[in-house]
Design a protein around this ligand. Structure first.
Ligand SMILES: Cc1ncc(COP(=O)(O)O)c(C=O)c1O
Length: 485
């Protein structure tokens, strides 16, 4: 499953490598090696990919081959490259870096803690009336056994209608209701991925999805997202699909968690076409699709480009409505839904009828509820951005135009150390490495804007206070990421 990065691609990723800060006195080969280490640490260059041959990279960078040879030698010595004569050189990280396998984010019960580890809103005011109305509806179901492995028809109709309204004609038999989007992912993986199968994911990506993939013992290959829009590099993403030919790719094209990026329509179309050509199934997680901000117009759903049942879409109520409902769904072909339902009865039989009825009532009022959520998120995002600009101006953030999180590029590889320090002052953070593999992404931090403004401002104050304490303790070198064991 070796994937190879070509000279021109690596040159593009390296960008202004010879102008990196602090390298004025270091020779070119050392700067080049340092820049490659930086790409690895940031998850932009995946582990286990073959680097271009020395001559090819020298031509692409317009430097001498000796410089590349020396840089590769230095990377081998620092444990970032493994080479075999005649076969090439592969990227790696020194030591056995592994992120803790429990990728779980669970909210804390500690009420004094400002929890920025969870990116989800409190319930909307419409929830309680919806729950009462659902209880009134319940008698209609009490005469039956209550097991509906694909979900109650009213909810499947409402979900299908929402897809159709987004330009993706969908019938209720293409919908299966699940206990949340995470459950949907797990079921899809059970069906579509044999243990040990190869999966392509974005880096960074949603930690609990990575946990679900680990549970399937998936062999994971990554596509590194840039901080800047659009995030995905079309050439590299499509190249990885063609080279690795993964069994499955898990993507979050709509306000990606954690970066907030929105995949442009042309790339969606090319990803679907390429996936079909190489035999890859696409699992598209639309958790945040209802939450565009700033009047952002959504491209057509990824599945709208699908003619061959290659795309399985998952989504749910948690982000626009409430996570505590535990209602999600899968949109697939009708036969796939039947297979998923058959797999599901071996796990949990069906979703609770009452919660599904609550979801039906909330979806009936979706336009008003979601409009209020967007207004709330916009105000909270802007307050968070303002607090960051004031208290932590050296951090770089790309303003997300949707979703509930922003991905901050820190001023050093301090994310895990910062998260440890902020626990002491009552702020729980999700450090960058939790969104990737192998201890990369230490220079990044996900910050959700789902809490009230006062909490967000207070949290940034506390983070800034310990950030400067960390400074006094001596700032680690950005090229040597602290690793989570
Ligand atoms: C991308 C993504 N997928 C899935 C989930 C899980 O959603 P649910 O609560 O519906 O299981 C989340 C929640 O944060 C998410 O961000």
């Amino acid at each position: 499953m070796t994937s190879q990065v070509r000279g021109a691609q690596l040159a593009r990723l390296l960008g202004q490598w010879h102008a990196l800060p602090g390298r004025r006195r270091s020779p070119d080969y050392a700067a080049l090696a340092g820049a490659v280490r930086g790409l690895l640490a940031d998850g932009r260059l995946p582990l286990g990919v073959r680097l271009p041959a020395e001559r090819e990279l020298a031509e692409a960078l317009k430097i001498s081959r000796t410089t590349v040879t020396a840089a590769y030698r230095e990377l081998r010595e620092s444990g970032h490259l493994a080479s075999r004569r005649g076969a090439g050189s592969w990227t790696m990280l020194p030591g056995t870096h592994r992120v803790a396998s429990t990728g779980l984010w669970t909210p804390l019960d500690d009420r004094d803690m400002i929890d920025l580890g969870v990116a989800a809103l409190a319930a909307p005011p419409e929830l309680l009336p919806a729950a009462r109305a659902a209880a009134e509806d319940l008698p209609r179901y009490l005469g039956g056994a209550g097991y509906h492995p694909t979900g109650i028809i009213e909810l499947r109709e409402a979900v299908a209608a929402a897809y159709t309204a987004r330009g993706l004609p969908t019938s209720p038999d293409q919908i299966m209701v699940t206990n949340g989007t995470q459950h949907a992912l797990d079921l899809v993986l059970r069906l579509a991925l044999a243990p040990g199968g190869t999966v392509l994911v974005e880096a960074p990506s949603y930690p609990n999805a990575l946990a679900a993939l680990s549970a399937r013992r998936a062999r994971i290959t990554t596509h590194g997202l840039a901080v800047e829009e659009p995030g995905w590099d079309a050439d590299l993403l499509l190249g990885s699909l063609r080279q690795v030919r993964p069994k499955l790719a898990y993507l979050i094209p709509d306000f990606q968690n954690p970066t907030g990026h929105l995949m442009p329509a042309p790339l969606r179309e090319r990803v679907v076409a390429t996936a079909h050509a190489v035999g890859t199934d696409l699992v598209v997680d639309e958790s945040f699709v209802d939450l565009p901000l700033d009047g952002t117009v959504l491209p057509p759903p990824t599945a709208a480009h699908d003619r061959h049942s290659r795309v399985i879409t998952i989504g749910g109520m948690s982000k626009p409505f409430w996570g505590g409902l535990r209602i999600g769904w899968v949109r697939a072909s009708a036969p796939q839904v039947q297979r998923l339902a058959a797999a599901r009865v071996g796990v949990d039989m069906a979703s609770p009828v009452l919660d599904q009825l609550v979801a039906v009532h909330l979806l009936a009022e979706a336009p008003a509820i979601v409009a209020a959520r967007r207004a709330q998120l916009t105000a909270q995002r802007d307050a968070l951005l303002a607090a960051l600009a004031q208290r932590l101006p050296e951090w770089r953030v790309t303003v997300p135009h949707g979703g509930v999180t922003l991905w901050a590029e820190l001023d050093g590889p301090i994310s895990s150390a910062l998260a440890r320090a902020t626990e002491e002052v009552g702020v729980r953070l999700a450090p960058g490495p939790r969104f990737g593999l192998d201890g990369t992404l230490e220079r990044f931090l996900r910050l959700p804007f789902t809490l009230p403004v006062a909490d967000l401002v207070e949290a940034v104050d506390r983070i800034a206070a310990v950030r400067y304490d960390l400074d006094r303790g001596g700032r680690p070198q950005w090229r040597e990421p602290a690793v989570i064991a």
